[in-house]
Design a protein around this ligand. Structure first.
Ligand code: MOS
Length: 740
């Protein structure tokens, strides 16, 4: 049988999804469920003076109102990513009477029906003592600080003497770039349903991290984690906004305990703009110095981002710059200000995506200043090792990404002069940029059960937010056992299963597949032992060491599997229901020896109608080196989604706030534009598909993917716009007014 790894395989859960049988958090039907509606602050800064709920309490169907005066004290969970407890916002919900941003939870109303809850919530009067908020970065400069760390990693980096080298460089670029606040806007808004059984809580959740949600909710409610059961079998996209626990989950649990019934809280699209994070605005300055031959001698990358008054999340724009290119002199600095806007969070490639917009735009500016082809400039500055941590790459096919991408795109035919290429009246621009994202891996566990009917279960407390985890887990187990994919049942998204990391940081594949593989091997070893020892087994008496399992059978080593005994017969003969294998895998010493990073190249064509400044992305070629590809279909799908998100970032997405009062002006999908089908061109996603030789000792070799696919798209588009028009747009999104 050929390997189930590396195929082009449809999703295991595809049929469930298209037939509406996949239950997302809000789809779970619980009897006697009551409905919660939250009340949020309408001011951006101040104090809550009074909450008057007298009218609401007489509203039809009213069950309860909870606010800071009538709930039990909550605890701030440890802000500790490593021990899997991290809230989206450090300040716990209803902590005090302070208001820090528009949309902050003030109260939650519970009623019999959703409509009644909404009506009752409308009846609540909140009085505030209002203060003048800081909404824009310029106003908030007095709050500026230098953050030390991002998830335990130091943010400041320096080697050589960057300023001196810049001052003496033959050719320089010094430019400022900005990116706006953006929101994840997954298709599925966040939702929770809470149900208590005595002192035990079940939460149906929208989460990218069931283990993290369990621990974080437990700590917040001062409960033991074993008393909490998180259920999240399907997630309609997350992109980071469902990575950590946000206030609505806590409020749902509190409300259900209070009314003694299950309670459901489903956020509206509008609430998604304040309730679960966003990508910070960024202001970045990049200074590059180079020799006439295009060798970088100096890189300086300073960024200024926003965070909230009640958390320290930082968009680490310069993280990638530290090692992206070979350069002896480098300084990377981060600063942040506190504005009265809800807390930002990780959004698909936090730091890499925004940082590469600046760096890869600056590199394009340097290429034009030098008269060197942008691809050639990147090759000349290729980093053969990670110069920041001074380690070799585990694997690096970035140059191949450039070469394959250039070939597939037809880059050779590019006339380098701006405004030189045309299609009738349209200006044609060709631009490119590099992509990158770390090859993270975390501890992960899985169980595999081979059942008496010959089917196989694979279970793990990982989750599938749309990337294809159900399918890739089944593929690994099929590969090891030889049992066909349709006889393998994955179950995940449940905190009672063997623990796995957050489905964030693009690490699910690299973390969980090795555990699944070992668990499957463990199950087979137990089956072999059963065959060797079972009284009714035709292989009985054979030493287990002379037996092996595969292709659905246990057989004598040296003979073919066809001559062996089928798994189901081994179990039947032993009168056994199932064998169960279990494994826990964790990264090891290879993490000390190597730097793990995925790579890519984005090539983009735009066409611009100069008369009306209409810009269309007409072609994208993306090539990625992410190690071994487990499933080309789901991998390519990740590629499409990243490129589409990158087009949104480059041309449309921009959350706007009223600078006077901090209200969100674009809190819906009409005013917050995202790409639709008509905006999306032909996208060619290609993978180098070379296994990473060291990322896992189990030989899977996948670094995982997801976030890398969005990186480099926006600068490639901006670079194409420059090539088409001669206009360098350094502020995203590139809307028509920038091109007129
Ligand atoms: Mo991601 S932003 O690590 O979900």
């Amino acid at each position: 049988m050929t390997s189930a790894l590396g195929g082009t395989i449809s999703r295991k859960d595809g049929h469930l999804k298209v037939t509406g049988q996949a239950r997302y958090a809000a789809d779970h039907v619980l009897s006697q469920v009551a409905h919660a509606v939250t009340i949020e602050s309408t001011i951006a800064k101040g104090r809550i003076k009074k909450i008057d709920s007298s009218l609401a309490e007489r509203a039809p169907g009213f069950l309860a109102i909870l606010h800071r005066d009538n709930i039990a004290k909550l605890r701030r969970p440890d802000d500790d990513f490593v021990s899997a407890s991290k809230a989206g916002e450090a300040r716990v919900v209803f902590e005090d009477d302070r208001v820090h941003y528009v949309g902050q939870y003030i109260a939650v109303v519970v009623a019999e029906t959703l409509e009644q809850a909404r009506y009752a919530a409308e009846c609540v009067r909140v009085e505030y003592d209002e203060e003048v908020p800081l909404i824009e970065t310029d106003e908030a400069m007095s709050t500026a600080f230098s953050p030390r760390e991002f998830f335990g990693e130091k943010l400041f980096a320096s080697r050589g003497r960057a300023a001196e080298a810049y001052a003496h460089a033959a050719v320089t670029v010094d430019a400022k770039y900005t990116t706006p606040i953006e929101h994840h806007n997954p298709m599925e808004p966040s939702a929770s349903i809470a149900e208590w059984h005595g002192d035990e809580l079940t939460l149906y959740e929208t989460t990218q991290w069931v283990a993290g949600a369990r621990n974080t909710v437990a700590q917040t409610l001062c409960m033991r984690p074993e008393k909490i059961h998180i259920v999240s079998p399907f997630i309609g996209g997350g992109f980071g906004c469902k990575g950590f626990v946000w206030g609505h989950s806590i409020l749902t649990a509190l409300a259900a305990r209070h009314v003694g019934r299950p309670v459901k809280l489903n956020l509206t699209r509008k609430q998604m703009f304040s309730a679960c994070g966003h990508r910070s605005e960024t202001r970045q300055r990049v200074r590059l110095g180079a020799t006439r031959e295009g060798r970088l001698v100096s890189i300086e990358h300073n960024s200024l981002v926003q965070t909230s008054p009640v958390d320290d999340f930082i968009e680490p724009c310069g993280a990638t710059t530290r090692f992206m290119y070979s350069c002896p002199n480098l300084t990377v600095r981060h600063r942040a200000v506190r504005v009265n806007i809800a807390t930002p969070t990780a959004m698909r490639a936090p730091g890499e995506n925004t940082g590469l917009f600046a760096l890869e735009s600056a590199l394009d500016e340097l290429a034009h200043a030098l008269g060197i082809d942008p691809v050639e400039l990147r090759i000349r500055n290729h980093a053969g090792t990670n110069e920041h941590v001074r380690k070799p790459w585990s694997s690096n096919y970035l140059k191949e990404c450039y070469a394959v991408g250039a070939e597939r795109f037809g880059w050779r035919k590019r006339d380098a002069r701006p405004m030189s290429m045309r299609d009738g009246n349209l200006l044609v621009g060709w631009g490119m940029a590099s992509s990158t994202y770390p090859g993270f891996r975390s501890p992960g566990a899985a169980k595999v059960r081979i059942l008496r009917d010959g089917s196989v279960e694979i279970v793990s407390a990982t989750q599938d937010m749309g990337g294809g985890t159900y399918t890739t887990l089944a593929q690994v187990v099929s590969d090891v056992t030889g049992v066909p994919l349709d006889r393998i049942r994955p179950a995940l998204g449940d905190s009672t299963l063997p623990p796995a990391p957050v489905s964030g940081g693009s690490m699910t594949t690299a973390s969980v597949l090795p555990a699944a593989k070992r668990a499957a091997l463990d199950a087979l070893a137990k089956l072999v032992a059963l065959a060797a020892s079972g009284p009714g087994s035709p292989l009985s008496g054979t030493s287990a060491s002379d037996l092996q399992a595969g292709n659905g059978r246990v057989y004598r080593t040296g003979t073919g599997p066809e001559s062996g005994v089928r798994y189901e017969d081994v179990l039947a003969q032993a009168n056994s229901v199932a064998v169960e294998g279990e494994a826990f895998t964790t990264p090891g010493a290879e993490r000390e020896q190597y730097a793990f990073q995925s790579w890519g190249a984005q090539f983009v064509e735009v066409k611009i109608d100069p008369a009306i400044a209409r810009l269309r992305v007409t072609r994208v070629v993306s090539v990625f080196d992410v190690g071994k590809i487990i499933n080309f279909k789901t991998a390519r799908s990740q590629g499409y989604s990243g490129v589409i998100m990158g087009i949104g970032m480059a041309l449309m997405e921009h959350t706007m706030y009223d600078r006077r009062d901090g209200s969100i002006v674009t809190s819906n999908l009409a005013d917050y534009a995202v790409p639709v089908n008509a905006d999306i061109p032909s996208i060619d996603i290609h993978f180098i598909d070379k296994p990473d030789p060291v990322i896992d000792p189990d030989g899977i070799g996948a670094r995982g993917l997801g976030e890398i696919t969005v990186t480099g798209v926006a600068p490639a588009i901006a670079n194409a716009v420059y090539h088409a028009t001669g206009k360098r747009v350094r502020d995203l999104p590139i809307t028509p007014d920038a091109l007129i």
